[in-house]
Design a protein around this ligand. Sequence first.
Ligand code: TXA
Ligand code: MG
Length: 316
Amino acid sequence: MAMTLLLPPDDAGIARAAELLAGGELVAFPTETVYGLGGDARSDLAVAGIFAAKGRPSFNPLIVHLPDLAAAERIAQVGDRARRLAMAFWPGPLTLVLPLREGAGISPLVTAGLPTVAIRVPAHPLAQRLLRAFGGPVAAPSANPSGRVSPSRADHVLEGLSGRIAAVLDGGPCAVGLESTIVQTDPAAVLLRPGGVPVEALETALGAPLATAGTAGRPTSPGQLASHYAPRACLRLDATEARPGEVLVGFGPVRGRLSLSESGDLTEAAARLFHLMREADRLAGPDGRIAFAPVPDSGLGRAINDRLRRAAAPRG
Ligand code: TXA
Ligand code: MG
């Protein structure tokens, strides 16, 4: 494929990105969580291209991105519980897994043949403008090669996918920095992946506790298994000091060569996590090791720890 275009975050860039999507091409675009690798969700060819560009196993379904709840209702059944969450957190870093409507026109490759579809309404102004300019559903996984660290900046996307996709719409660094929280709402509310909306906030909106996929007993989100979000170097967690040859990424009072947040702020830590995984990888070099300081397991810390555990998991 030809060189990947870096499109500016202006009217011309958005128009070009929408045109490329309409032509069945793949365009990475910023959301407030991470950059997505977008393709027309109605086109088998475009969606197959997403799986190919990422090297993603085809049984792992994709999230459909839409501009608002009304658009979501045309594609999926939005029940009471889902509506309540959508009203509270859309647009934003929440993905809802909903029953797919028959005849919605979504490529079966998007859902990997499941009767449900994952839908997200991103808040990022560029994502909103792109979705409205394109005017159709956009399938978009995180814009990284499968199993690697998710991209929170346009240059992260190019590092992994340059030459394999038509363009990247450059929106600078992502404000949240971690993927969306994924919740299935029927027949019960179940957390499939912790992410940008803290579980505590979801429970407040629902007025009830949220089961986790583990306690519900089914691994419903195939992408959430084993090693993922992995840098090259090996990771050690809960480190309070660097061992010889390690690059320590600190948090709060634990000071390292890098820090997620010197003030111990979880929002800042989430926004910096994936960038620092990449930075630490670079500093550690080919045989290097990375150590991460402990992060509290509440609020966004739950999603941060989820990503750290997966990054540290044995590689398959
Ligand atoms: O923040 C995000 O969610 C980003 C941005 C680009 O929107 N996207 C993202 O996509 O993280 P991806 O493909 O990296 O992760 C999507 C997850 C996968 O683990 C997949 O298994 C799960 O969503 N998923 C998709 N459809 C599903 C479904 N019908 N049922 C259960 N899980 C589903
Ligand atoms: Mg991903």
